[in-house]
Ligand binder design. Structure first.
Ligand code: RP5
Length: 172
């Protein structure tokens, strides 16, 4: 069994500090599972050398999964995938202007054959799911993490079952 609790096994990179309020749900979700991520602001367009350097050296630093969030012409996740063999999870951000994150979704998900990015949904839901997806990857070789995820799923199901019981009583 491998423990991921003491090492920085997940990186959360984002294109701008304006993405942080959305990505906090990702960071919080990782922390809830005992994962303290590397968090960086790196831009595929504004700091392309830093993006390449980060992706190229991530695996050697012990990072196992990179979550990359960006808005507009969102190339950060793709830039990570171009320079790293690690699994890259992309989170499209909704920009202040433009087509409500659809620009970022398409820029993130439409990678060419051979260089995939696992794109999540736009915004906070995608941010939270990116964390859970990263945890699921870590759980492949971490039984304690697998058990935590199974508990999380059970608790989620119980909540729905409880709501179902409540609404069934109300509409009897
Ligand atoms: C992207 O452009 C960032 O990821 C952000 O979502 C968007 C706008 O950036 P700022 O102008 O707010 O820095 O690169």
């Amino acid at each position: 069994m491998v423990s991921h609790e003491k090492i920085k096994s997940v990186a959360v990179v984002m294109g701008s500090d304006s993405d942080l309020p959305t990505m906090e749900s990702c960071i919080d979700q990782l922390k809830d599972f005992g994962i303290d991520p590397v968090v960086r602001i790196i831009s595929a367009h504004r700091t392309p050398e830093a993006a390449a350097e980060f992706a190229q050296t991530a695996a050697d630093k012990g990072i196992k999964v990179i979550i990359a969030a960006a808005g507009m012409a969102a190339h950060l996740a793709g830039a990570m995938a171009a320079k790293s063999h690690l699994p890259i999870i992309g989170v499209p951000m909704q920009a202040k202007e433009g087509p409500n994150g659809m620009d970022a979704l398409l820029s993130t998900v439409q990678m060419p054959p051979g260089v995939p990015v696992a794109s999540m949904a736009i915004g906070k839901t995608g941010a939270k799911n990116a964390a859970i997806f990263a945890l699921q990857i870590l759980a492949l070789c971490d039984d304690a993490m697998k058990d935590r995820l199974l508990d999380y799923r059970r608790a989620q199901s119980e909540k729905v079952t409880q709501k179902d019981a409540e609404i069934s009583k109300k509409y009897l």
